[in-house]
Design a binder for this molecule. Structure first.
Ligand code: ADP
Ligand code: MN
Ligand code: MN
Ligand code: MN
Length: 339
């Protein structure tokens, strides 16, 4: 007996990496082996020495093929088994390990936009749909475009055992969101990458593409973000550490360091309009959806909980955003003795 393993990896495309995958047939009972691919076709190698290594790091049932088939997320390594330059998971492994005792967890809100041909799903052939207002969490064929794909994607993610916590329609026609977590930094990031792969794969069967472009429609339309919700054990137990984390994110060169690594095109999305703060002005506040970092109102009432970094773009690499937030906030919490 054999089964199919779909090996998935993140390529070297700049400025935003793409997902790639290919299928390996394995004998039942055999452990997932290391595999390889031609890096010269994925912006990960030159032609003369193009072998790259795929190392399985996370696997789950394949909800599309079913049966015993699996999805296998991999890290890309060089042939000497060191992390490839495009492998951002390796750096997160280190930082998450260093601060593991603070028990950081994340919930990421992944926004995305369906496209049919060159236009967002639901945009008419000519001109524009009615302006924003009724689409967010809407219902009805005049407001909702692609729900059958969204439902199928959710079912596929749940069948795969991914830690999705919800979905909603967003403010522009054809724009949607799913949430992953709360989970540990590596788990939330691995689950999000596989959920992204399942999004493209599910939509493919409907002849629709999905994009994580941060500003998929120019003009008076919201961009697409990946709000990143974060807490440590100390933050889940008290309010002072919440403030320490917010202050740390606003300290010195941190705002710029974070924003520069929160996805390409961030200045086109963080304009100060459309529920964003300007990319070059850090702020935090309770309940404030116009701030860089929001403390949810319930968190202020409870005097404990989590914070929401509203800056990351939809196209952010979760391995990068979770590493930066853990590094910045957990270092500050450690210094303050709030661990
Ligand atoms: P909103 O759209 O109001 O900003 P969502 O409900 O879309 O909020 O997303 C909130 C996210 O916060 C969810 O992904 C949830 O898992 C996450 N979350 C909840 N509690 C915590 C916590 N203590 N630490 C980290 N993330 C959390
Ligand atoms: Mn949300
Ligand atoms: Mn949203
Ligand atoms: Mn949010």
């Amino acid at each position: 007996m054999t089964y199919k393993a779909e090996y998935i990896w993140i390529d070297g495309t700049q400025p935003t990496a793409k997902l790639r995958s290919k299928t390996k047939i394995l004998a039942a009972g055999v452990e997932l082996p290391i595999w390889g691919f031609d890096g010269s076709s994925t912006n990960q190698a030159e032609g003369h020495a193009s072998d790259c290594v795929l190392k399985p790091v996370f696997s789950c049932p394949d909800p599309i093929r079913g049966g015993d088939d699996v999805l296998v997320l991999c890290e890309v390594l060089n042939t000497d088994m060191t992390p490839h330059a495009s492998n951002s998971r390796a750096a997160l492994r280190e930082v998450a390990g260093k601060f593991g005792s603070q028990e950081p967890i994340f919930g990421i809100e992944q926004e995305y936009t369906f496209f049919k041909g060159s236009r967002p799903l639901g945009f008419p052939e000519n001109g524009f749909p009615a302006p924003q207002g009724g689409y967010y969490c809407g219902v009805g064929a005049d407001e909702i475009f692609g729900r059958e794909i969204v439902e199928k994607h959710l079912d596929n993610c749940l069948k795969a055992g991914l830690g999705l916590s919800g979905i909603n329609a967003e403010v522009m026609p054809g724009q949607w969101e799913f949430q992953v977590g709360p989970l540990s930094p590596l788990e939330v990031s691995d689950h999000l990458w596989v959920a992204r792969w399942l999004l493209y794969r599910t939509a493919e069967e409907f002849g629709v593409s999905a994009t994580l472009d941060a500003k998929p429609a120019k003009g008076d339309w919201n961009g697409a973000g990946a709000h990143t919700n974060f807490s440590t054990k100390a933050m889940r137990e008290g309010y002072e550490p919440i403030i320490t984390a917010c202050e740390a994110l606003g300290d010195g060169d941190k705002p710029l360091l974070h924003v520069e690594n929160y996805g390409v095109g961030i200045e086109s999305r963080l304009t100060g309009q459309h529920e964003t703060a300007p990319w070059n002005e850090f702020s935090y506040g309770v309940s404030n959806r116009g701030a860089s970092v929001r403390i949810p109102w319930q968190v202020e009432v409870d005097r404990k909980g989590y914070i929401e970094d509203r800056r990351p773009n939809a196209n952010v690499d979760p391995y990068v955003v979770t590493r930066l937030i853990v590094d910045t906030c957990c270092t500050a919490l450690e210094k303050a003795g709030q661990v």
